[in-house]
Ligand binder design. Sequence first.
Ligand code: GLC
Ligand code: CA
Length: 554
Amino acid sequence: MNRKWWHDKVAYQIYPKSFYDSNGDGIGDIPGIISKLDYLKDLGIDIIWLSPCYRSPLADQGYDISDYYDIDPRFGTMEDMDRLIAEAKKRDMYILMDLVVNHCSDEHEWFKKACEDPDGKYGNFFYLRDKKEGELPTNWRSYFGGSVWEDLPGTNKQYLHLFHKKQPDLNWENPEVREEVYKNINWWLDKGLGGFRIDAIINIKKALPFRDYEPDRADGLSHIDKMLEEASGIGDFLGEMRDRTFKKYDAFSVGEVFNEKEDELPDFIGENGYFSTMFDFNETIFGSSPNGWYDAAPITPDDYKKCCFETQRKIKDTGFVSNIIENHDEPRGASRYIPEGDCCPESKKMLAALNFMLRGLPFIYQGQELGMENVPFSSIDEVDDISSLDQYKVALDAGCTEEEALNSIRRFSRDNARTPMQWTSEENAGFTTGTPWLKPNPNYVSINASSQLDDPDSVRSFYKKLIALRKNPEYKETIVYGSLEPVWEDRHNLMAYYRKGDKTLLVAGNYQREVQSVTLPSPYRRVLLNNYPDIETEDTVITLYGYQVLILEM
Ligand code: GLC
Ligand code: CA
């Protein structure tokens, strides 16, 4: 495998709106991020992915871009952005922006021009169809609910939006659209970006000609997955994008890829793949139901283990996946993957180590390093996210009570991850001196960065040790490039694996409150990391405490 500059890095996702507010307007901003770069450097972060901060009406929190060449004034200015890139560089850090090119905003000038002249150049930037009374062009359900078709204002046409109606899909079949995208990517890379996280990219290739699919809910609509499964040829677009942009700059790219076809993996992330890496969502999609969040099955520790190993077996050394515990679209991993009632510093550290030591690139989402948890929403009025509002309605329509519907929102709402970063125990978690755009999680009084920074036993300090271990010259080769071999796989509530390279490491986590013992094939040489102060051994038998995790050199 050709070695790449990013293989041994550790990445961190910032959700700018909720990270740090520098001017008291209640909205996180780029100067706020700059002021926290040292916090991230101290943690050991190399790569920072910024969720979108381009000019946007923020209908989907910036994933609806109205100007790809501008920064939204709520987040700062282009000078701030240039300064962020430069300040990161000074600290040997790289900035990634979010590339949102399946769709733009309905306030983008391309869309406005398409409304003015749907048969002209810009009409062909979108998917437009003639409007027929009482009949939609297709029966596809948008990811955020309702039909994917909306009237094109001022015309007798309708436009396609797989996401929100304020996010019209761009027509990638049109070479002019692709040229615009490549031009923009290169413009940003010329500014010195490290690369991009690539949003919702699997959606850019539609199955043509459009047709209806089997309805899967009482609304008579069909999930978009069925159309995407049928679409082939995305590789032509992605390969072209790689060659025209990332490749020339040796830039880093991480794809948000769901339901790729298994035999396409090498094309996506193999040598000369479309992307450097892509996220592993196997755990996040586990248990999901076509009916909606209210119907999703919970994930157990054994399921979690199975999901992780499944991905590892699938990828092997084809390339590098990016491993996450959570992101801005998911609930907090601590609340999701740790059995109810057992969320505590030990279990959070165990989850961290089990995930972090997997083969691949670790991504930390803001606040994960503090062990931030889901929000105890007391009413749907406390929720802002459009996807949660839709899912609340879906649950009610399916016959759930308000409490049941709210429970599904508590479990899955994207706002669980979008509350302000918990910096201190002071008012508003130290995120803003003004009124925060979204209420902080009330547990900021006990879970916050300032109380964890100097505490050697805090969750954050544990993350810091994990990162330091990954960078330790003695173990780096094994942790970055070594193979992964599951061990004691059938043991209930135990997740353990070897990492084998020039060293052999054993990672073992007792995924329950009760103790459980394991017998090592040989005595270990050294304890590299332990979330308890001690280790209970007799010969080669180790009795693991509740949620104890060990990283041992064998
Ligand atoms: C991706 C983003 C999500 C957004 C969607 C539409 O899934 O991560 O936040 O809503 O794409 O852009
Ligand atoms: Ca601000």
